[in-house]
Design a protein around this ligand. Sequence first.
Ligand SMILES: [Zn+2]
Length: 81
Amino acid sequence: MFKVECERDDCAISASEGMSTLVYYVPIYNKHGENINPDMNTKSGSGLCNKCKRQWIYKTVRNETTVTEVTRDGSNTNASR
Ligand SMILES: [Zn+2]
């Protein structure tokens, strides 16, 4: 589902499904074979590594998944301060 940058080889991340906007998008193709009605649903959830106890949140939009680490103080590593 998603890749995280854990430092151990035997990392095991248990993921929990969060919210998703469940709308079915019927694929519509133009004559060039391009999907002009892409899936715009947003999925998000979290994962916790059982080995190094790092926690991650993920968000998937249009088949692209972004993963951010949640630091121990609960703040987002990408958040500006
Ligand atoms: Zn890990």
